[in-house]
Design a protein around this ligand. Sequence first.
Ligand code: ITT
Length: 194
Amino acid sequence: MHMIRLVLATNNPHKVTEIRKILPESFELLDLRQAGVTEDLPETSGTIEGNAIQKALRVWELIGMQCVADDSGLEVEMLGGKPGVDSAHFAGHPRNDGRNIIYLLDQLEGGQNRRARFRTVLAYVQNGEVFTFEGTVQGVISNAQRGTGGFGYDPVFVPDGYEKSFAELPAEVKNSISHRANALKLFHDFIVKR
Ligand code: ITT
C-alpha cells in the first residue's frame, strides 16, 4: 500500500499515541501541531458522531488536508448511557480525569449494574466528503481505580474477558480490543478497499 498522509484532528496526545500504534506504518500521521492547526476545534453538536464530524470538517476547512477525528465517550448502563458525549466534563469544568472517575464511582455506589461500554466514532474527511466508523468495547466499571497506564477512565474500566482494568493491561492489549482499535479497523479496511 502506498503511503497515506493523514492529519489526526485531536488535541489529546494519548489518542495520537494509540492511533499511531494501531495503524500500520503506511500511514504518515500528523498531529494538529505538526499540521499547523492551533485553534480549539468545535465540539458543540451534542453527540459523539456530530462532534467527530465537526472536528474533522474544521481541520479540512482550515488546511485542506485529509484528516481523521476521534470522538469518544463512556456509556454506563445504570446511568442511561451517561456520561456519553459529556465524558470529558462529567464532573464539571475544567475537565479533570481524576475528578471524573471519582464522580463516576460515586454515582454507581450501591447500584447492582456496573456494565458500560466505550464508544468511539471516527470521522474521516477526504475532499470535503465525510465518512464515519464506529467502534465499541463492552465491560464493567470496577469498584476502585487500578493501574497507571492508558488515560481518562481506563483505571476503572475492565473489558469483558479480562480481570484487569485498561490501565493495568499492557497497551498492546488495550490497542487490540479497544473501541478505538475497532473503529480504526473499519477505517483501515475502508481505505485499503478504496
Ligand atoms: P479531542 O476532542 O481533542 O480529540 P478529548 O480528550 O477531548 O480530545 P473526547 O472528547 O473524545 O476527547 O474524550 C471524551 C472523554 O472520554 C475524555 O474524558 C477522555 O479522557 C475519555 N476517553 C476517551 N477515550 C478514552 C479511552 O480510550 N480510555 C479512557 N478514557 C477515554
